[in-house]
Structure formats: structure tokens, C-alpha cells
Design a protein around this ligand. Structure first.
Ligand code: HOZ
Length: 427
């Protein structure tokens, strides 16, 4: 596989950008080798600048549920672009988007558009604090909620990959009010309510933890959090940046039948364009400025191009819900194939997943939280990653990211993936 052009670009990039990238995991730091510089993408395929093709299992970290550059989304965006790129003023498209999300997700009475999942979480937590008049929040070890100061405590994704779940530069004051509990362990969250009665504003959780690989909530975990919040006068926030409109039209809330007070979204509602949003109960969202006194604003919030891309993808998913059957079936096929390859190899590895999200852990025990995820052999993962990349499968360059499947993948893509993974496991 030729990589000269990517290598040259990376040499230039490291001189002018920290680590040569605009987001740390992309630097391939934990897997070795040169990041591939991507030129274009269509369907399930990424094309790099050296002319290599990869079947993509990242999908821009989730949003490309229809696959890359879907013709219908592209056409809608082009038409919208002719009308202007940004107005910084109210538009009808924002109303269309808010109504559509409200229709698809019953717990969203009101919603506010922002520009990323990070912003959505930061703003939702502020609204929860404003609504309850309390400062402390609970998050779970290994859950990643973007890079706002208060969220970089025992975080997943790139911080976990780098092996430093807390970031430098976060003032003690900002982190002091972030309490952490163990994922899938109700008692550990309950003990925080016991320690800080009437001080906790909210629990924020990834309803499926998809930034420490993929950790599925055990039966009763999410409902237990719901009940705990109700008993303690705290709010429950689902961070659905990854699960929203992916596990189904009504996301993890619908899938697990547990209703949060607030929900946060990211890139997925922009069909890959830079978007985020937070929404939920009318009484809570009514604290947001200018209706209430919790301030939050943004020139690019509700950007017309991003809204159009998002509305188009969401409308296609609404009108063609069979896409979910398909991506869930492909996810199931992938996990079954990997499990059988592991069994044949006699190795003790673990496959987790749900719907179109999967993760092969190089761990010999079940993975159900941060500590068990960390037991995975990341050196083996790095070897596996390089093997898969050389076979043309582009997966997240970290043990702690999910494998994403889109409607553009085929059964034979998945079978090739399994066959190549099996070859690595056998060797
Ligand atoms: N934090 C993202 C994955 N969970 C990575 C984003 C990126 O590198 O684009």
C-alpha cells in the first residue's frame, strides 16, 4: 500500500498543528504508522490521497448512517448553499428541525441547536444546574462527553487512549463539582447521593458507553439511574451523541424505554456537518436564555447548511426505517463472525456491541466498565489495527472507539472484515 503522499503531508502537518491533527485520536499515536489523509468518500468507501481505498468503519465517528455523501443529502445541501451560508438570524429550517426531532423523540419538548456535542453537553449541564440550583454533577468513568472542563474527569475516547483520563489545564474548581461513578454500578452512584444530599444537579451518562469501546448497560442500570434521580431531585441527562438516531429513530431512550429529562446530540443530527443540540422537558428548557436566565448563545447555531443536511438524513431515516433493520443485522453478523473467529483461534478475547456499534476487545474477561475495558491489551489492538488497515478496513485507531456500520455497507463487506480479522487472530 502506497503511503508516500500521506507521509509527506504528515511531516508538514506536525510542524504547524499539534500532533499534526485537529483531534488527537486521528494522529495514530496508539497504533503507530502514519495517519491516512483522506481525499473523498462515497457510500462505505474512503479514498486517501495516495489512491488507496478503505471500507470505512468510522463514518465520521457515527453520523454517516446512510453512508458517505448520500446523493439526496448532497443535493439538498447544494440547493441550500445557493441561498447563503450563514445568516446569524432566525430561519424556518431551524423550526423544521426542532419540530422533526420533537416528533421523533417524544421526550424532547424543546430543543436548542449548538455546534458540537461538546457544546451541547456543556450547555445541558448548565441548564440542569440552573434549573435545580445545585452545582455537583455525576458522570461515569470512561464515558466521554466532549472536552468541556467539567467533563474531562476520568473521561473516555482520546483521553483514555492516551492513558491520562484527566486533562492538564482544567482548574481544580471546575473539576471539583464533577463526581465520578462506575458504569453499570448503581451502588457507586447511589453512594454519591448519600455523600452529597441535595447537592447533585444531574447524572449525565452515555446510555451505551461508546468511548471506552462499546459497553452496553446491564439490565436495570438506566432505569436505576432514572429512579435514583427522581428520588433525589436530580435530572437525568442522556448523552446521545453516538446513540441518537443510530440505535433507532428515538435513540437509546426509546431502545431501553427509559426517559431522560434532557438529551444531548452532536454530529449525527447534522448528517456529519458540525452540529449539536440539547433538548428535553419544557419546564427545564424554559430556563435557557432568552426565556430564562441560563445564558447560552452562538452565531453559527442552527446554521442553515448544517440544518438542511441533518433534516434530509433524519427524514430519510424516518421514511425508510428498514435501514435500522439492515444496519442492526450487519452489526449482529459482524459480532457473530468475530466471536466465531475468536473461538476458532482459541484466544480469550471479547466482543461487545449493540445494533450497528461493535468493539473487539483484546481482553480475556468480560468488559462492563472502565476498569475492565482498561485491561485490554492495547499493543495487540495496535497490531490488529495495522493488519486490518493493510487489508483495506478503516477502523478507529484506538481500542477505545466503536466500529460503526452504515446502510451503505454490504454483507460481503462484513464477511471480508471477519475473514481478515480471523486471519490476524490465527497468526
Ligand atoms: N473523540 C472522537 C471519537 N470518540 C474522535 C473525533 C475525531 O478525531 O474526529
Amino acid at each position: 500500500m502506497k503511503t508516500e503522499i500521506s507521509e509527506k503531508l504528515f511531516e508538514r502537518a506536525v510542524r504547524v498543528m499539534p500532533g499534526g491533527v485537529n483531534s488527537p485520536v486521528r494522529a495514530f499515536g496508539s497504533v503507530g504508522g502514519t495517519p491516512r489523509f483522506i481525499e473523498r468518500a462515497k457510500g462505505a468507501i474512503l479514498y486517501d490521497i495516495d489512491g488507496n481505498e478503505y471500507t470505512d468503519y468510522i463514518g465520521s465517528w457515527g453520523p454517516m448512517i446512510l453512508g458517505h455523501n448520500d446523493d439526496r443529502v448532497l443535493e439538498a445541501v447544494m440547493k441550500q448553499m445557493e441561498k447563503g451560508l450563514s445568516f446569524g438570524a432566525a430561519t424556518g429550517i431551524e423550526v423544521e428541525m426542532a419540530e422533526l426531532i420533537g416528533e421523533l423523540v417524544p421526550c424532547v419538548d424543546m430543543i436548542r441547536m449548538v455546534n458540537s456535542g461538546t457544546e451541547a453537553v456543556m450547555s445541558a449541564v448548565r441548564a440542569a444546574r440552573g434549573f435545580t440550583g445545585r452545582d455537583k454533577i455525576i458522570k461515569f468513568e470512561g464515558c466521554y462527553h466532549g472536552h468541556a472542563d467539567a467533563m474531562l474527569v476520568k473521561a473516555g475516547s482520546g483521553v483514555m487512549t492516551a492513558g491520562v483520563p484527566d486533562s492538564a489545564g482544567v482548574p481544580q474548581g471546575c473539576a471539583r463539582d464533577t463526581l465520578t461513578a462506575e458504569y453499570n454500578n448503581l451502588k457507586s452512584a447511589e453512594s454519591l447521593f448519600d455523600a452529597y444530599p441535595n447537592e447533585i444537579a444531574c447524572i449525565i451518562v452515555e446510555p451505551v458507553a461508546a468511548n471506552m469501546g462499546v459497553v452496553v448497560p446491564e439490565n436495570g442500570f438506566l432505569q436505576g439511574l432514572r429512579d435514583m434521580c427522581d428520588r433525589n431531585g436530580a435530572l437525568l441527562i442522556f448523552d446521545e451523541v453516538i446513540t441518537g438516531f443510530r440505535l433507532g429513530l428515538d435513540g437509546a431512550a426509546g431502545h431501553f424505554g427509559v426517559i431522560p429529562d434532557l438529551v444531548t446530540y452532536g454530529k449525527i443530527i447534522g448528517g456529519g456537518m458540525p452540529v449539536g443540540a440539547y433538548g428535553g422537558r419544557r419546564d427545564i428548557m424554559s430556563v435557557v436564555s432568552p426565556l430564562g436566565n441560563v445564558y447560552q448563545a452562538g452565531t453559527l447555531s442552527g446554521n442553515p447548511i448544517a440544518m438542511r443536511a441533518g433534516i434530509t438524513q433524519l427524514s430519510i431515516l424516518k421514511n425508510e426505517p428498514q435501514i435500522y433493520d439492515r444496519i442492526n443485522m450487519l452489526g449482529q453478523r459482524l459480532r457473530a463472525g468475530l466471536r466465531s473467529a475468536i473461538e476458532k483461534s482459541g484466544l480469550p478475547y471479547t466482543v461487545n456491541g449493540i445494533g450497528s456499534l461493535s468493539c473487539l476487545y483484546f481482553a480475556d474477561k468480560p468488559v462492563y466498565d472502565y476498569v475492565s475495558a482498561r485491561k485490554s491489551d492495547t499493543v495487540k489492538f495496535a497490531e490488529y489495527f495495522r493488519h486490518m488497515l493493510s487489508c483495506g478496513h478503516y477502523i478507529g485507531p484506538s481500542q477505545y472507539e466503536a466500529v460503526f456500520i452504515s446502510g451503505a455497507h454490504t454483507e460481503s463487506d462484513i464477511d471480508r472484515f471477519i475473514a481478515d480479522a480471523e486471519e490476524y487472530l490465527k497468526a
